[in-house]
Design a protein around this ligand. Structure first.
Ligand SMILES: Nc1ncnc2c1ncn2[C@@H]1O[C@H](COP(=O)(O)OP(=O)(O)O)[C@@H](O)[C@H]1O
Ligand SMILES: [Mg+2]
Length: 276
């Protein structure tokens, strides 16, 4: 479990990136923070692995205040996947994936065989292991980024706009693969995006942020779609335009989530709420 308690972040120079943020992310949950650029998403995410320390308030993981944890150990125990993959350009794919496990003391051989497994898991051909990042497509680089984030088998995976730099088709493939992975791995995922459709696809729950890390609404995609908290949320999810990619329709006594082309994307379970 990850907890934020009344967290505030004021950067030197006076920008208040996060005013007063509280949230609990359950173990094995996929939680998406979504908001426009500058709303404090990256700042919030980086407080989890102490790449950013809060000005006040507390972040804890399974009850331990992260302020009391060694930042280097913490960063090696939490997977982190960022936009444009963040790979080391002068290291091969295999070495990029094995870096953290080897730093944590895993033998080179063990780290390598695990890296080959992970490459298969994320859909990378084994022949790519000896290539350098610049010799890969954008989508392949992001896959390596995901494999690297998973390499130390962390309980927590932080993903900061991980698919933001690839074209829409590859992005869709990567999103689907993440959903498949998560079905098996059940990591605790905190995923940041500015794309509401991606948020609804990836998140068990979604937090919609206003500037300053102010929570406009938190809920399952179904809850938010069916009942936006206010005009800001309605506008953000596109409910006011009637042009959302996803909407809820009642068919044969079931609430069905339908995409823009009229295809059923899913059925709401008993906990979901129907559209007005
Ligand atoms: N290191 C920093 N120093 C000063 N201001 C920063 C720094 N990092 C982010 N900010 C500011 O904090 C606000 C939130 O930034 P960020 O958390 O990166 O938002 P997001 O990820 O939602 O785009 C922005 O106004 C940004 O300019
Ligand atoms: Mg950001």
């Amino acid at each position: 479990m990850i907890g934020f308690e009344n967290v505030r972040k004021e950067y030197p120079g006076g920008t208040i990136a996060v005013e007063d943020f509280s949230l609990e992310v359950a173990s094995h949950e996929s939680m998406v923070l979504v908001g426009t650029s500058g709303s404090g998403k990256t700042t919030l995410m980086r407080m989890i692995n102490r790449m950013v320390d809060p000005t006040s308030g507390r972040v804890h993981i399974d009850g331990d205040d992260v302020a009391g944890l060694d930042p280097v150990k913490l960063r090696r125990s939490v997977g982190y996947v960022m936009q444009a993959s963040g790979l080391l350009p002068h290291r091969t794919v295999l070495d990029n994936i094995t870096t953290v496990p080897v730093l944590r003391g895993t033998s080179k051989n063990e780290a390598r065989s695990r890296a080959h497994e992970l490459m298969e898991t994320v859909g990378l051909d084994a022949a790519l292991a000896s290539r350098y990042p610049a010799q890969l497509s954008g989508g392949q680089q992001q896959r390596v980024g995901v494999a690297r984030g998973l390499a130390a088998d962390p309980n927590i995976l932080l993903m900061d706009e991980p698919f933001g730099a690839v074209d829409p088709i590859v992005r869709g493939e990567l999103q689907q693969e993440l959903l498949h992975l998560q079905r098996d791995l059940r990591k605790t995922i905190v995923f940041v995006t500015h794309d509401i459709d991606e948020a609804f696809l990836v998140g068990d729950r979604v937090v919609i942020l206003r500037p300053g890390g102010v929570i406009a609404q938190i809920g399952t995609p179904q809850e938010i779609l069916a009942d936006p908290a206010d005009d800001f949320v309605a506008s953000f999810v596109g409910a006011d335009r009637g042009a959302r990619t996803l909407h809820v329709e009642r068919t044969d006594g079931q609430d069905v989530v339908v995409d823009a082309d009229g295809r059923a994307a899913g059925v709401l379970d008993a906990g979901g709420r129907s559209a007005p």
